[in-house]
Design a protein. Sequence first.
Length: 160
Amino acid sequence: MPTRSCVGCRRRREKSELLRLVATSVGRLSLDATQRAPGRGVYICASASCLQRAHVSRGFARGLRRKLADQPLDQLQQRVLAALDQAVIALRQQARRDGRAVDDPEADGGVRVVEPKCAAQLESWAAQRAAVAEPVGETDAVRGKRGRRGKRAPSEQEKK
Ligand SMILES: [Zn+2]
């Protein structure tokens, strides 16, 4: 299983457990839910706190090796959540079309996925969505780092 480092906490994990983000042409971060978009991407744990860490430490721009448009953290979080929702809907529809799912009025979205790999992907996205949706607030540590921006103090991760 290929592994990648999270741009938030720097921990290595299996690629499939991480979210992949790419930059749009105007330098906005965009979720690559299926991890197949061409070009450079960064990986991050599906977690509100890693999203926050990467946002504060500018790990996204570093990992993508380009300047990014300023984007508030809550907006980025909402974009990731919306993209995960879209990915779920798209996969369900695709599965319905190619016979990996059957109509079931009781199931989410009126479709019950019967193919195990596809069902596992949907479950994984649902779990990732819940973890990304956790509230992010500015902790004292985050505010402290912001205050020192530009002075290039070593971050907690770099000290370890
Ligand atoms: Zn992480």
